[in-house]
Design a protein around this ligand. Structure first.
Ligand code: 5GP
Length: 204
């Protein structure tokens, strides 16, 4: 019997580079993880593709899925909904594959309540002035959105204590390597493999 796949949650403050690190991880040829594509009500940015970057939906469509209990988690972030569709996560884990979420901190805390055995990784900035310039230089948002993102980022950093691991994003390739090592060792946790060994013992 194969174990259930891990649920890996990468989170961290706004502007820390979660998306960049996640993309670099998934660009690797030996990548073994399944990315859970999020749903959002925000507008598509230039170059983004529905069903690849996000499932872009209306508020009505999103709220219907919430009512039907079909979101693992969702959060309202800077005026839009973002969330993780439940079915894909369950099906993928049940098939023995690891599912990878890249989400903001409110959503990550909701996942932790529902799936306490998930692997919660907090991506941290090497220093705060860099975080500020990343938020400003993103260039896709107006000043009020930038200010709101900064306020949110400060509160978000406080959330680190609730995570299992903190990974510094000083260099994208280093952050990716650190995350891969964490996940590799999570596979050796007794909690993760105990069912298989118990089955073997029964058969002995
Ligand atoms: P952006 O609008 O820049 O693509 O994303 C804004 C924030 O939403 C990022 O911090 C990103 O990690 C987060 N996010 C993306 N997908 C989800 C999701 O499914 N759930 C939650 N809670 N946050 C998400």
């Amino acid at each position: 019997m194969s174990e259930q796949g891990l649920l890996i949650v990468l989170s961290g403050p706004s502007g820390v580079g979660k998306g960049t690190v996640r993309k670099a991880l998934f660009d690797q040829e030996d990548n073994q993880f399944e990315y859970s594509i999020s749903m959002t009500t925000r507008d598509k940015r230039v170059g983004e593709v529905d069903g690849v970057d996000y499932f872009f939906r209306t508020r009505e469509e999103f709220e219907k899925l919430i009512e039907e209990g079909r979101m693992l988690e969702y959060a309202e972030y800077v005026g839009n909904y973002y969330g993780t569709p439940l079915d894909y996560v369950e099906e993928t884990r049940n098939s023995g594959k690891d599912v990878f979420l890249e989400i903001e901190v409110q959503g990550a805390m909701k996942v932790k309540e529902k799936v306490p055995d998930g692997v919660f990784i907090f991506l941290t900035p090497p220093d705060f002035s860099e975080l500020k310039s990343r938020i400003i230089n993103r260039g896709t948002d107006d000043l009020s959105v930038i200010n709101e993102r900064m306020t949110v980022a400060k509160a978000e950093i406080e959330m680190m204590r609730h995570y299992d691991y903190a990974v510094v994003n000083d260099q994208v390739d280093l952050a990716v390597d650190r995350i891969k090592k964490i996940i590799e060792s999570e596979h050796y946790r007794v909690d993760h493999v105990i069912d298989r060994y118990e089955n073997m013992l029964e058969e002995m």
